[in-house]
Design a protein around this ligand. Sequence first.
Ligand code: OXD
Ligand code: MN
Length: 587
Amino acid sequence: MTSNVELAAWVEEVVQLTKPEAVHWCSGSEEENSSLINLMENSGDLIKLNEETHPNCYLHRSDPKDVARVEHLTFVCTKNELDAGPNNNWLEPSAGHMKIDKLFNGCMEGRTMYVIPYLMGPYGSPYARAGVEVTDSPYVVVNMRIMARIGLRALEHIEKGNGFVKGMHSLGDLDPDKRLIMHFPEELSIKSIGSGYGGNALLGKKCHALRIASSQARSEGWLAEHMLVLGMESPTGETKYVAAAFPSACGKTNLAMLVPPKGYEGWKIWTVGDDIAWMHLGPDGQLWAINPEAGFFGVAPGTSLKTNPNCMNTLGKNAIYTNVAVTKDMQPWWEGIDGDKPDSLVDWQARPHDLELNGPAAHPNSRFTVSAEQCPSFSPKGNSPAGVPISAIIFGGRRATVSPLVYEAFDWNHGVFTGAAMASETTAAAAGATGQVRRDPMAMKPFCGYNFADYWQHWLSFSQKSNNLPKVFHVNWFRKNENGEFIWPGFGENMRVLEWILGRCAGHSDALETPIGFVPRPEAINFDGLELTRETISALLNIDPEIWANELCEIETYFETYSEKLPESLRLQLERVKSSFAKESVA
Ligand code: OXD
Ligand code: MN
């Protein structure tokens, strides 16, 4: 099956433990994909959608208790607890293996085990990394085929002697009490059991490309981040690239595929990636980013021709929908999609839709899986082995108050502070309460595979290595008024903020220095045609010293949880912001 001795031995070890009835090495071919789809249509795991309106699209309904990432069941297992840090659940590796191997013992009896060699990153890229996922879920195979580059070429890459991450996955019996997602960064391995949900089961994505890769990136001097990457082409034909970190379900896919609004004729946004960026310092001192993924695993609710036309035009064919509702004629449907709500809908659990009795028709974290290359705005540089040079890094949270629409950090180290101090309201992408503000540094709270204090130190270290780093910004599309209404229209209109950001990078957008960073003067952002009142504009850009005093206290309390490991530079940045507010109140 493979000439790689290590891979063959590991697969044999997994076979001994999980005892599958058959083993299938995935080639990634069209025929293999069709036969897996057939198999799942027969078992009821996939349901064919309307071929006329949605060619080659399928619906998957997951177990109703298996619809999101499970952060409380996700572990980072390092020899030393301090290496995992207070930001992760920790187990000592041998204890971790023992606990999870008990669940894996015999779990594939009567099932086929699929062996999926995969590559994260474009073919031929020096930054691409390989992995092998073994799984007993054909749904995982067909999704991995969209999200990563799987099969023979990936296997060849491994057989040339390149290292690979070992990922072991089983649906187990889908019992939430027997669900665990474990990472062993020192062994470059992952073990996940009891869930078929994307973030827990498609191991190339969060487990490999973020948790394991972030730890590798630290030791090798690069960055693995929860960031979209987009290119912004001006009417003169020049394209600048931006990487932006937002927590899950906060609009990364929408921003990555933005269609410029009226008034921006001649401008174009190019999508490189919508969720993960791997960034390396180039010889020019710039950060160059690749998207390790090949597809989008996006949140369906709220996606429409109005909010994200490029996405709607991406996912109409060759897509897998998970936990959406369906219309009478088998078209996928979700809250926020275009048009009126159809009369008879079948909800995500196959019941006649009844909002009062059963809630929304589509699960709030229902998803689509679709190839990036189908996206009309997919960047011509999306598969470029070298990646794209990043001019600006944007951090953003979902905050009803506190953060203004946009501000620029004073310098790299202050930018790292700005990212480290990020907070956002929780969403349905993870199990648990939604709408609660929590600290989510660099949008990596669920994904950093090591101690955040070391991670911030790693980020800070880049200022020693280059004087050509991107400028750093913070945005907030989600500010609300006292009636709880959003005051910024968002979506395509975010272009106006991107324009200001790139103007700052080119040295010509105007800004006011404030204690938290450079904030645009109201006339420096193009608000033309938005009909925003003067009061709304000033509310969008407002920095309330009282609210910020409280925010800084919360940041301090949060930083204290990292005690003596917290980089001194972040402590100094916090003091600097505090003292400039103090100076302002005296002035
Ligand atoms: C995702 C997530 O699926 O962040 O991208 O949860
Ligand atoms: Mn994500």
